[in-house]
Each structure stands twice: as C-alpha cells, then as structure tokens.
Design a protein. Structure first.
Length: 378
C-alpha cells in the first residue's frame, strides 16, 4: 500500500455490534484512500475485529475507560486524522471534500464536519463524534485533554488550537452529513448533567480570558438549571453545582488561556462588531440561546441594539428570561414586523433552519458570514 494518507481513530466501549457495523461501512466509504484504522476499546468488554476488513486495522485495549483522552493512545501515521465515535457513519464525498479543504488551507488545524441534525452551540467548534484534524497540528497542541472524560473536551481542543494560532475550517456545506446513530439506553441524564456543568466550569477558567469567565459560568448555570428541570435531572444539576469550586481550582492549576483577541475570533464577536443598527431601526430578536450569551447581549447593546426577545425552539427556555430579555417561541418571533433578526448563535444546522423560516416570511440577510442579520423586505 502507498504511504498512509489518513488515519482513522475510533473509540468504542460496550458496543461491539455497533462498532463492527460502522467500521465496515466506513472502511467501504474510504476504500479509495490509503488509510489506517485505530480501534480503541475504551475499558469495555472483550473486543475482536470483524471479518471483511480491507485496510490495516489496529486494536488497542484500554484497561479502564480513559474517556476521549484515549484517542491519544493511537499512533497515527497519516497526514490527517479522522476522529470518529463508534456510532458515526461517514460518506466518501464528505471526507474527500474535507481533505480538499485542508489541502487548500494548509494553515488550518482541522475541518468541522456536518453532523445530521446536530452540532456544537458554537459554530467554530466541532462535534465530538466526527472531525478531521491535521496530524502535525494535533501533535502541537498535545491532542485531547485528560481532565474531562466525556462532554466539553471539543471546546478545550478548539480553544487550545486557537491559542496556538491555528483554526478550524467552517462546517462543510453541500456534502452528505455524518449520520450519528446515538443508540438508546445506558444514558444516565443526571450523570451527564453533572459532567456538563463540571467540565464547562473547568474549561472556562482553563481557556478563557479573565473577563469572560464569570459571564460564561453564569450562562452555563442558567442553561442547565432550565434543561435539568425539563429532563428531570435536578440531582445531576445540584451535583454539578457542588463540583464547580473544585473544577475551577483544577482549571486554574492547568490554566492555558487564549488572548482576548483570540477569544473574540472563536466566539465570533469580531463579526458582531460589524453589525450596527441601520436607519435608526434598532429592535432586534436573537435566534437561539447559544454559548456566551451574556457577553453577546452586552456587546450588541453597547452597539446600539435594543434586544426585545430571544426566540427559542427548546421548551426548556420558554417563558423564561435572560438578562431581563424574554424568551419567546419561534411562532411568536415570526409574527413580529419591522424587527431585525440575528442568526448564527447556534450550531450550523439550527442556524440554517432559522434563516429558512424567516425567508418564508420575506426576510433576507443583509450581510455574509456565520452571524447574519435578517431584514424584513417590503
């Protein structure tokens, strides 16, 4: 075989049949490329490779569950590394397009892959189930962090990549999305809630500039306070709250922050600076409660916007307020007239859905970029 072009690293734990199925599918999708595969059994039951594999495949057995940091145990030889979960299914066209994107942007650290119906709340951060990295850049930032186990590590990786002056290329468009199966069962919502709060708190103090830490932490507590009520996971919420002081102490010990300018870039606040009221009309509705909402609202208000509402489709937030701004339904937002609409605060698929909904009501974007202002057309 030719020298390895692409290394694929797959984490699995207690899902042998699912891993076998996705592995065979994904090897077929990448049969045209010189690949190697690393399967990491992350502290799960005995695992063996399936029959019918067509490319070099290595199996690593972890003595215990190391979380996403187990990805660092692989020794990739490819120029690029494709990180997959065992329930992620890819298509040839998507990976071909991602590799072309990397070849055309040699300074990039990776490419954000589209995931069917999912994505991170911050568009500049990848979804943990599938992402393509530059192997040299991943080595420079020392791979995945080891303080998370699961949930939130993708923000840490993206922030450290930004701090090292690399960046993720935006989510690919017009290619098949990664199919993320998310097998049901075995998900302890209370435990997930606890880890989300603890890991976010750790990440904020470890990676953010000082002035951004408190607003981000308040956003985290606001989000999961409401989500935990809907999901009936209050025990997990309070466990997470109790874990915050220790998470902050650990994050402080491992602090490696971005500069304020780097944070402004990855949080897309540099795009907000260009968006100012036009012709004296300043009433604005925000689409969705994303990351860093308090800082987003503060910056928009300082630029002269009167934010009259936040539109949400997540029932966890309806009939609540954020910084005294009411959260309303999509249907209520669509009835507003002569009001500007801001999209781009959520994952790329959700942002596109918001834009399409308002276009049906004769709204049109007035700018390009990940964050867009939509104006009602007369």
């Amino acid at each position: 075989m030719d020298s390895i072009e692409l290394s694929i690293i797959i984490l699995t734990c207690h899902r042998i049949d699912r891993c076998h199925d996705s592995l065979l599918h994904n090897q077929a999708a990448l049969a045209h490329r010189a690949c190697e595969w690393w399967i990491i059994n992350n502290g799960g039951t005995d695992f063996s490779l399936p029959d019918g594999l067509t490319q070099p495949t290595h199996l690593l057995q972890m003595p215990t569950n190391l979380g996403t940091a187990a990805r660092n145990k692989a020794q990739p030889n490819g120029r690029y590394v494709l990180m997959l979960d065992d329930d992620a299914y890819i298509e040839q066209e998507t990976i071909d397009s991602a590799i072309r994107e990397m070849e055309q942007n040699p300074g990039a650290g990776g490419v954000i892959l589209p995931v069917e119906g999912e994505g991170c709340l911050l568009q500049t951060v990848f979804h943990g189930c599938a992402v393509l990295f530059s192997t040299p850049v991943l080595n420079i930032i020392n791979g995945y962090p080891d303080h998370y186990l699961y949930y939130g590590e993708e923000y840490d990786v993206a922030f450290r990549m930004t701090a090292a002056n690399f960046h993720m290329r935006p989510t690919l468009q017009d290619v098949p999305s990664v199919r993320h199966v998310r097998d049901s069962g075995g998900r302890n919502i209370d435990h997930i809630m606890y880890r989300l709060i603890r890991n976010n708190a750790y990440c904020w103090i470890r990676c953010l500039p000082w002035r951004e830490i408190l607003p981000a932490l308040l956003d985290t507590l606001h989000r999961y306070n409401h989500v935990s009520r809907k999901e009936k996971a209050r025990a997990g919420f309070w466990r997470g709250v109790r874990a915050v002081p220790y998470a902050l102490w650990r994050g402080l010990r491992n602090r490696s922050p971005m500069t304020q300018q780097q944070f402004e870039h990855i949080a897309m606040f540099n795009q907000l600076k260009e968006l100012r009221p036009i012709n004296g009309s300043n009433e604005l509705i925000l689409c969705g409660i994303g990351k860093f909402m308090r800082s987003t609202i503060q910056r928009l208000q300082q630029q002269g916007w009167n934010i009259i509402a936040i539109a949400e489709t997540n029932p966890s937030f309806l009939e609540t307020k954020l910084r005294k701004i009411p959260v309303i339904t999509k249907e209520e937002a669509l009835t507003k007239t002569n009001t500007w609409i801001l999209t781009g605060l959520l994952a790329a698929p959700a942002n596109r859905r918001w834009i399409n909904e308002f276009k049906k009501k004769n709204y049109e974007p007035i700018n390009n970029g990940e964050i867009q202002i939509l104006k009602p057309m007369v």
